[in-house]
Design a binder for this molecule. Sequence first.
Ligand code: NAD
Length: 704
Amino acid sequence: MPAFNLNVRNDGIAIITFDLPEEKVNKLTTPAMEELDRVLDEAAAKKGIKALVFSSGKDGNFIVGADIAEIRDIRDPKKGEEIARKGQSILAKLEALPFPTVAAIHGPCMGGGLELALACWRRVISNDQRTMLALPEVKLGISPGFGGTQRLPRLVGLMNALDMILTGKSIYAKKARRIGLADEVVYKEILLESAVKAARKDIGKKRPQTIRARRPLIIRLMEGNPFTRSIVFRMAKKTVLKETRGNYPAPLAALDAVRTGLGRGRKAGYRKEARFLGELAVTAISKNLVSIYYLNEALKKDVAPSPARIANAGVLGAGVMGGGIAQLFAEKGIFVRMKDIKTTFISTGLKAAANVFKKRAKKGILDPLQARDGFDRITGTLDYSGFGQADMVVEAVVENMDVKKAVVAEFENASKESAIFASNTSSLSITELATASQRPGKVVGMHFFNPVDKMPLVEIVRGEKTSDETAAAIASLSRRLGKLPVTVNDGPGFLVNRILMPYLGEAVKMLEEGRRIGEIDEELLDFGMPMGAFILLDEIGIDVAHKVADILYQGLGERAKPSSTLGSLHEEGYLGKKNGKGFYRYKGRARKGPDESVYAKIVKVSGQNRGNQDIIDRTVLLMVKEAALCLEETIIERADYLDGALIFGIGFPPFRGGLLRYADDRGIKDIVEKLEGFAKKYGERFAPPKSLIEMAGSGKGFYS
Ligand SMILES: NC(=O)c1ccc[n+]([C@@H]2O[C@H](COP(=O)([O-])OP(=O)(O)OC[C@H]3O[C@@H](n4cnc5c(N)ncnc54)[C@H](O)[C@@H]3O)[C@@H](O)[C@H]2O)c1
């Protein structure tokens, strides 16, 4: 079965349709690229072709990019370079065709797919939500290899191109049009017809050469002049280093390839691009990032289909989480009734939801009509009117067991028998919550992370009586909402917060020993954490963190005993970012430097300032210990899923491949010795658990 079909119409317009056999999506595998090579030769040789449209035969998918399995299997940099050189030469053929070429894009157009589209004269794209364009290679630890670093800056301008190449982010229709990446945006129903029309218009003309982005004069001047351009490169490098802390080499390599191409010409640029792809593909960082890609896919697939149909939902509590959850449900077509205890709270929740819709419309992820329709699906109430129709409810009221239990009973009085009660609690026991229920099988944890629209993970928490059907229905609903569900068993803090809290607690303990806020956070940021411990505590809220730490202490005992600093800061009115008073100072929403006044409030302990070297080991190895205990207690069964939960829930540094992969890389024996040493020096909380000691003895790891 061929992957490419070349059809020349009577009017001389050729259509190449890409439809990779036996695959749901189009990928540029090596055999597919070889076939494309032949098809392009055929098109070049055929008489009578006046223009060509490149389209996809897949429903809702243009091309997702190169075959990641091939990238995973590259062990020799020369091999990677060779793949890139070959791809470059095939796309150069497409670029050199003697007639106009137009890519008709509907659905994801990523990596090699976008590089192919860039080799065409024009790109006509659909305004569908699924249509997104990106060069996401850096997310896999590599740089683009099929000419993306050379063609993109020449099409959309240097700054627009760097914004895409260095971050890997997706661009939606509206922005694609604005920056000149797309020539036209149309409804998907008329995509092919519009692409043919665009191709026909170009017949007899020269390939459009100029940068098509509408850019302010100052930017055009800056990018056009070699001296000012070098300032742009310097600034971009600085930003990359600031954001990656030097942990990710791929964006720097891509930057170098772009710079070479613009400074020394395309040929030199292509050569560098290919060489970098080879060199990067074999790094441990790239292999880790690729393994996370596969982990993400595995988690998505590991969700059993559920017959439960959820068309109407309730959300209890219109606070930080409730507003976000309501928005998410409504965007995905579910009608939401949001209940709180005061009208002002309802309006705050509605406003929060409206803001997310606005943001997503601005980015072009939703069109304005979809955003309005979505928002219209949310209604507010102070009582349970309308809850009789709800197929499920998400409870996001204050973190208090008595309040939550009362709410379970109230909801059950107002709802139908089959309705599911899902709690968004961060730490309270689902099993205990279910004791307030007449139908405990229908009670489950559905733990979203903040902010709901950005964080991919949902922890599905099974209480002792949660039924299989209920857990499956909520996992499947999470997928429908575009989230990544990880199912865990009930226990204090479930999985993610249970592992996160010792890390935060240890940072506070080091503060008490005389270390500085900035010093600790900088070390953690250098390690690759997305936020320092104190930045994160301020984000979570010192009051909330204090409460969760207490719940963990009650559940896990002495080793989880929090230091008194969180409590005393809370009492003194330090709540974190929400009231602008935390470990850091705030001006509006912007974080300024550490708040020096904190040092006077912390509860000092003896043994002041013990140097920097233990900051990472004390915080991260405590997480490893807690993770090992979670596996021992079967809170979760798979080490890779545990790693996934931490990466997608709290942003554990992806380039390290996950907490437990990091532990394996360091060596379990070394970790056990470190923990034993710390246990003597800092206290029993570091004592290594049984499973770690056994692993160290047998030379095994979490993955082996
Ligand atoms: N904020 C986070 O980062 C985060 C993350 C994950 C989970 N959670 C959990 O989500 C839940 C809510 O947290 P939040 O940060 O949104 O809190 P919040 O204080 O912002 O909102 C809670 C809302 O619940 C309302 N409420 C209280 N009693 C109610 C009742 N009987 N009926 C209806 N509404 C009622 C309050 O008026 C308030 O508007 C908590 O269980 C929390 O642990 C929070």
